[in-house]
Design a protein around this ligand. Structure first.
Ligand code: NAP
Ligand code: GDD
Length: 350
C-alpha cells in the first residue's frame, strides 16, 4: 500500500486530495497546524476525517516537518500548505516569504536528508505569470510575479527545479490555475459570491461588495485538479505541468452567472467597493493545458457555467438546512463580516 503525506490537508485541495488518494488505496497522512479551535470541517464534510492520519506540523518549524516525514514514511509528498490568499500576502508579506516560499525548501531539505527517493509535488500557481503576460500561458511563458504571494511561489517553483536538477529528486511543479469548489475558503471571490447569492436569495443579506470586476481568471473545478497532482507524480520522469481549463472569464461574468442560477439580477445586488482592490492585480490568466492533456491524459470536465452552478446550489442547500436548525461541518456561519475586520488592506485611506 502506497503512503502519501499531504501538507495542508485541512485546506480545499488537501481535503479533496485526501479523498482521492484514499479511493486509490493509499495510506494517507496529513499535516495540520495547531489552532486554538480545530479546523477539520472539510475532512468531515467529505467524510474522510476518520480515515486519515493527522500529524501536527508548521512550515515555520523544520523539526515538526522532520517528525512528520519520519512518522509518515511517505512514498509521495504533496506540498499544498501555504498562506494562499493573495490579498493577505500584501498584509503579511514577510509571512508569505517565510511560509509560502522558504517552507518549500524546508521540506525539500528534509527529503534530501531523510529519503531522497520520496516523490515531491509543489503547488505552483498561475499567479507566477503576473501582469502583462502573453496569453494563453504555457509551461514556457515567462514569469513576472505581482504580489508577495507570487514572489514567494516563484522562489518555491525554482527551488523545486533546483532540487530536481541538482540532487536528482523526483520534484515537480503543478502550475495550477484557479480552481474552486464548495470547499473554497470564503474570502476567495467565487465562494464569496456563491455564499452571498445564497444569503441574498434566502433574505439573509441585501448586497455584495466586490473589488475589481474586470479581472479574468481561468476557473476550474478543484476535485478534478487534485487528480492532476497525482498523475504528475506517477510519470516516469519528473516535470512541470500547466493545469487549466483553457477558458477565461471575468469576476463580473462569474457574479452574473451565479445570481442567474438563483434567478436574480446581479446588477441589483453587486456594489463595487474599492477596499477590495489590490495594490497590484492580474487582469488576465488563461492556461494552455496541452502538455498535461498529451502527457498525463488529463483534461477538465467541469467548466465555468457548471462550476458556478455547483457552488451556488451547494451554498443555497447549506443555508437552507442551517435555517431549519440542522448542524453539520461548514465554515460560513463562523465567518466574520468583512466590515468588522480591521486590516491595512481594507482601510479606505491606504
Ligand atoms: P487553502 O484552502 O488556503 O489551504 C492552505 C493550507 O495550508 C491549509 O491547510 C492551511 O492550514 C495550511 N497552512 C497555512 N499556513 C500554514 C503553516 N504556516 N504551516 C502549516 N500549514 C499551513 O489553499 P488551497 O486552495 O487548498 O490551495 C492549496 C495549495 O495550492 C496552496 O499552496 C495554494 O497556494 C496553491 N494553489 C491554489 C490554487 C487554487 O486556485 N486553489 C491555484 C494554484 C495554486 P489551516 O487550515 O490551518 O489554515
Ligand atoms: N478575493 C476577492 N474578493 N477577490 C476579488 C474581489 C473580492 O471581493 N473582487 C474582485 N476580486 C478579484 C481579485 O482582485 C482577483 O483579480 C480575482 O477576483 C480573483 O481573486 P481570488 O479569488 O482572491 O483569487 P486569486 O486569483 O487572487 O488567487 C487564487 O488563485 C491563484 C491561482 O491563480 C488563490 O487560490 C491563489 O492561492 C492561487 O495561487
Amino acid at each position: 500500500m502506497k503512503r502519501a503525506l499531504i501538507t495542508g490537508i485541512t485546506g480545499q485541495d488537501g481535503a479533496y486530495l485526501a479523498q482521492f488518494l484514499l479511493d486509490k488505496g493509499y495510506q494517507v497522512y496529513g499535516t495540520y497546524r495547531r489552532l486554538s479551535t480545530p479546523n477539520f470541517w472539510r475532512l468531515q464534510y467529505l467524510d474522510v476525517f476518520d480515515k486519515v492520519n493527522l500529524i501536527p506540523a508548521d512550515l515555520l518549524d523544520t523539526s515538526s516537518i522532520v517528525e512528520a516525514v519520519r512518522v509518515a514514511q511517505p512514498d509521495e509528498i504533496y506540498h499544498l500548505a501555504a498562506q494562499s490568499f493573495v490579498f493577505a500576502s500584501f498584509e503579511q508579506p514577510v509571512g508569505a516569504g517565510e511560509i509560502t516560499g522558504l517552507g518549500v525548501t524546508r521540506i525539500l531539505e528534509v527529503i534530501r536528508e531523510i529519503n531522497p527517493s520520496i516523490r515531491f509535488y509543489q503547488a505552483s500557481t498561475s499567479e507566477l505569470y503576473g501582469r502583462g503576460s502573453t496569453i494563453p500561458q504555457t509551461e514556457s511563458t515567462s514569469f513576472q510575479p505581482s504580489s508577495p504571494y507570487a514572489a514567494a511561489k516563484l522562489y518555491g517553483y525554482w527551488v523545486t527545479r533546483i532540487y530536481r536538477e541538482g540532487y536528482g529528486i523526483f520534484a515537480c511543479n503543478g502550475i495550477l490555475f484557479n480552481h474552486e469548489s464548495p470547499l473554497r475558503g470564503l474570502e476567495f471571490v467565487t465562494r464569496k459570491i456563491s455564499n452571498a447569492v445564497a444569503k441574498i436569495t434566502l433574505g439573509m443579506d441585501k448586497e455584495l461588495r466586490l473589488g475589481n470586476l474586470e479581472a479574468k481568471r481561468d476557473w476550474g473545478y478543484a476535485p478534478e485538479y487534485v487528480e492532476s497532482m497525482w498523475l504528475i507524480l506517477q510519470q516516469d520522469k519528473p516535470d512541470d505541468y500547466v493545469i487549466a481549463t483553457g477558458e477565461a472569464h471575468s469576476v463580473r461574468e462569474f457574479a452574473e452567472r451565479a445570481f442567474t442560477v438563483a434567478g436574480l439580477d446581479w446588477e441589483k445586488y453587486v456594489k463595487v467597493d474599492e477596499r477590495f482592490l489590490r495594490p497590484l492585480d492580474i487582469n488576465f490568466l488563461q492556461g494552455d493545458y496541452s502538455k498535461a492533456r498529451e502527457k498525463l491524459g488529463w483534461q477538465p470536465k467541469v467548466k465555468f457555467d457548471k462550476l458556478a452552478e455547483i457552488m451556488v446550489r451547494e451554498d443555497l442547500n447549506r443555508w437552507g438546512r442551517w435555517l431549519k436548525g440542522e448542524k453539520f461541518p461548514w465554515d460560513a456561519p463562523n465567518y466574520p463580516s468583512e466590515d468588522r475586520i480591521i486590516s491595512r488592506m481594507l482601510k479606505l485611506d491606504r
